[in-house]
Design a protein around this ligand. Structure first.
Ligand code: ADP
Ligand code: MG
Length: 593
């Protein structure tokens, strides 16, 4: 896709009249390095660039630099670009009815310049010399001519250096860098026709070719195997929906790989995401999400982009139709895949056909048949091993603060219903298993001075091609991951060999679990050390999930193990593992008291 402005050059920059400016959904555009990156990349796209490079240092905290080969800014307009509500993209409020560019508020450059040190060099096609402008905390410190290539380079140093209160709210460079990577990846998916390069601390994190092929960009971000396994979506009547969605056997436990673009704009709209997921309704287990990259294009006058300060939400004139068309487009791709499957044999088994039991062996596409698969995906059904919560050595009476519970059944494949001397207990199976796992892991770790002793060495190492956003996390956490039992060995640019895994993780789940743990590392949890964070994450991701059918035997084993825990009533994150209805409460509810 070309730039949303359709390649037309932008007119001159001017300050919007106060009336128009007032109609713009204003908001803070500079919250963190990722928001700066987004604004600068969008400006480069609006300027019609064919090549865009984003460099960052320390996750963007010390430096963010975007270089483009777009139309450049005329020297005479450069200072104006840093004034509030100065834009070349709309002339007055009427133009808000049909915005064809990503930017339109004229707020990004002044807002960024106010809280950082900014240097711009730029040259337009007609000009013999370029221009240069340097601002510190919004004040011009130097302006003049510069010899530079066609296009614009904008460098932002020391974000929030003059506003320590805001600097304090930033996360670690790793977490901030992960978000910058995410923003850049999304824009690369939105514009396959633009060659994007992302570099972090001197190293190339990813690069897209700009050849216009969406599958190519998906391959760069999620791996070649995933890209090949995606299904084409194409719907062109009225509203246009194009892109790629995953076969139901390929899914993730979060929505990070669900990307939707409306007229070239990355949107995170719940109703739109919901429409896509609805097409998968019964094809995915609870808690699993498809991968999708969908470009929705419609007449700009049918979309209101001026509803959200970060421009990440939009409003449609005909909402219902848009959602219905989107769902139809995805459903058609899935139907096509199901029909193919019927003619080519049972190789691709949709999730629904097999009962999701803990004991069932992994069918469908086993992870091992995809040596290059990006680990953030889970292939086939996810099933932690059934033996996992049997705890030799810990007898049920030891340190028990829970009474013995008798299993009555399971509700919604998520809660265990049990009876005890004190009344009725509803136990959240995931939270309970997470608590059991954490206790188990902590005990094992304490017994082996900080290392998990139960490690499965892999005879044949698994290859892991890591998504760009996870690379830095993996590199940084390698020593600590080793202590948990994940031995990672660098193998090429974005690839690692996984030589061993913790015993609590089944082989078929290894890639998925590890990438879920790396995903978690990008979140900062206050009050938790790195080691604790990793251990909690391993406990969580190796625990049984909501939506899994459990046998009586499994439920009994889980409750037995929970009874032996030191804090059976709360999971590692402090959420309750159970709800208790006492005999007295039951009697009150039924009017017996
Ligand atoms: P907006 O994008 O909403 O117009 P900005 O503050 O982001 O506001 O940018 C102000 C103006 O500066 C833009 O309208 C555009 O004319 C110019 N500009 C900013 N970045 C670039 C760039 N990379 N290439 C060309 N022009 C740019
Ligand atoms: Mg802009």
């Amino acid at each position: 896709m070309s730039s949303p402005s359709g390649g037309r050059p932008l007119p001159a920059i001017h300050v919007l009249d106060s009336d128009s400016a007032a109609k713009i959904a204003a908001g803070e555009v500079v919250e963190r390095p990722a928001s700066v990156a987004k604004e600068l990349l969008e400006n480069a796209i609006d300027a019609g660039a064919a090549h865009i490079t984003l460099e960052m240092q320390d996750g963007g905290l010390s430096l963010l630099r975007v270089t483009d080969d777009g139309q450049g800014i005329p020297a005479s307009e450069l200072e104006l670009a840093f004034q509030r509500h100065a834009t070349s993209k709309i002339v007055n409020a009427d133009d808000l009815q049909a915005v064809a560019t990503l930017g339109f508020r004229g707020e990004a450059l002044p807002s960024i310049a106010t809280v950082a040190q900014v240097l711009v060099t730029t040259r337009t096609a007609g000009a013999t010399a370029g221009a240069r402008l340097e601002l510190h905390a919004g004040q011009v410190v130097q302006a003049g001519a510069a010899g530079c290539a066609l296009g614009t380079t904008l460098t932002v140093r020391n974000l929030f250096y003059n506003t320590p209160a805001r600097f304090k709210f930033l996360k670690s460079p790793l977490a901030e860098g992960g978000q910058v990577t995410r923003v850049a990846s999304q824009l690369a998916l939105a514009y396959p026709g633009i060659a994007f390069t992302l570099r972090g601390d001197g190293r190339t994190i990813f690069q897209s070719s700009g050849n216009g092929d969406l599958r190519d960009v998906v391959a760069r971000l999620y791996g070649a195997e995933v890209s090949r396994a995606m299904l084409d979506v194409e719907l062109c009547e009225g509203l246009q929906v194009r892109g790629l969605v995953s076969h139901p056997s390929l899914h993730r436990s979060n929505r990070n790989a669900l990307s939707l673009f409306v007229n070239g704009r990355w949107v995170q709209s719940r109703p739109l995401l919901h429409a896509v997921e609805e097409a998968y309704s019964s094809l995915l287990m609870v808690g699993q999400h498809p991968l999708a990259v969908l470009h929705i294009n419609l007449d700009p006058s049918q979309v209101d982009v001026n509803v959200h300060p970060a421009k990440s939400e939009v409003k449609f004139a005909a909402e219902r139709q848009v959602y219905a068309r989107l769902r139809q487009a995805v459903a058609a791709a899935l139907d096509w895949a199901a029909a193919q499957q019927n003619t080519t044999g049972p190789r691709l088994t949709p999730e629904t056909e097999a009962a999701p039991s803990l004991f069932a062996s992994d069918e469908g596409w086993p992870a091992a048949s995809f040596p290059g698969a990006v680990p953030a995906m889970s292939w086939g059904r996810d099933a932690p091993p059934a033996q996992a919560w049997a705890m030799p050595g810990a007898s049920a009476s030891e340190g028990s603060v829970l009474p013995m519970l008798r299993v009555l059944g399971q509700v919604a494949q998520s809660y265990i219903v049990a009876e005890g001397p004190g009344g009725l207990y509803l136990v959240d199976q995931h939270a309970a298993h997470e608590r059991v796992r954490l206790d188990e892991l902590e005990r094992a770790q304490a017994a082996a001075s900080g290392r998990l002793p139960d490690v499965q060495p892999l005879l044949q190492p698994l290859t892991l091609e890591l998504a760009p956003a996870l690379l830095a996390a993996a590199e940084q956490a390698r020593p600590e991951l080793l202590k948990l039992g994940f031995e990672l060995e660098p193998f090429g640019d974005r690839t690692y060999l996984l030589r061993s895994i913790p015993a609590v993780v089944p082989l078929a789940e290894a890639r998925h679990t590890l990438s879920a743990i790396l995903d978690d590392l990008l979140l900062d949890v206050p009050g938790e050390t790195h080691e604790e964070h990793l251990l909690h994450s391993l406990a969580c991701h190796s625990a049984v999930r909501a939506g899994q059918l459990l046998s009586q035997e499994e439920m009994r084993a889980l409750l037995g193990a929970l009874e032996a825990c030191r804090q059976p009533r709360a999971c590692a994150h402090g959420r309750p593992t159970m709800v208790h209805l006492s005999q007295a409460q039951l009697e009150r509810e039924f009017g017996r008291r």
